[in-house]
Design a protein around this ligand. Structure first.
Ligand code: SAH
Length: 249
């Protein structure tokens, strides 16, 4: 699993091309009634992605599955990659950054076991896609991005799609967002080499933190804050871009 993720990360374009060929041949003629002009929002492709990659990945929550069916991922990627938006791979979003593969977005969201009333912090806004998935599920999403142009672009895409419950801030997410703490859940989509203490501190009791930790190949870790302390669980191996600290980039 881990080497597959790394491979995907290194060769997203090549993988996208291979997947596109497999995918077009596998769905050839199966849904002949829908033409692209009748499905400008690409719902058919999105549903196919969910059926082929998200549900088989073991995603449990019906709300997460519904969000993955609803959010138009093609709107979050640069035009040149929009064709590949419904393949289960990461894609470049510029500035050396990537939008994560959909099955990983779904898995990380699913394990957070979100409730509608939860207040969620994301570190690493990137394209804004993960923030949109969260915004489908909870009342309040706050997200921090260190690369200002990415933050502005994500803010614009989210506004165009009508998400009013997401706030985007430019800054170093290592520090969290102390004025808005505590959070019921925190999701980090860039990898620090150790768990940021400010993020642990900003979890509410009962809160969950998911993040990749390490250099190179990282372990995906889930922290649960209890009245007594923190419980940690390692989920899988992943490959995210590194979390950079302000002054480093
Ligand atoms: N969640 C994103 C993908 C994240 S890619 C999406 O749905 O598209 C990781 C992002 O983390 C990049 O955009 C990168 O610029 C950002 N990042 C890296 N270090 C950061 C930091 N210290 N604080 C906030 N964002 C950071």
């Amino acid at each position: 699993m881990w080497f597959f993720n790394e491979w995907l990360f290194r060769f997203p374009f090549a993988v996208a091309m291979i997947n596109l060929v497999i995918w077009t041949s596998s769905c050839n003629g199966s849904r002949g009634t829908e033409s692209s002009s009748m499905d400008a929002n690409r719902e058919t492709e999105r549903n196919r992605m969910v059926d082929q990659y998200i549900v088989p990945h073991g995603i449990k929550s019906p709300a997460v599955i519904a969000a993955m069916r609803h959010v138009p991922r093609h709107r979050f990627v640069p035009g040149m990659y929009a064709l590949f938006a419904y393949i289960d791979g990461p894609l470049s979003i510029g500035h050396g950054q990537t939008i994560s593969q959909p099955s990983l977005v779904a898995e990380m969201t699913d394990v957070l076991k979100l409730k509608k009333t939860d207040k969620v912090l994301e570190i690493g806004t990137g394209s804004g896609y993960q923030a949109a998935i969260l915004a489908e599920l909870v009342d309040k999403v706050l997200t921090i991005e260190i690369v200002e142009p990415l933050a502005r672009q994500a803010e614009q895409t989210l506004a165009e799609l009508g998400y009013k419950n997401v706030r985007v801030r430019v800054g170093d997410g290592y520090q969290g967002w102390p004025e808005e703490a505590p959070f019921d859940a925190i999701i980090v989509t860039a990898a620090p080499d150790h768990v940021p203490q400010p993020l642990l501190d900003q979890l509410a009791t009962g809160g969950r933190l998911i993040l990749p930790v390490g250099r190179g190949i990282q372990s995906l870790e889930l922290y649960h804050r209890t009245a007594e302390g923190y419980q940690r669980k390692t989920l899988t191996l992943v490959r995210f871009v590194p979390l950079v600290r302000s002054g480093e980039n």
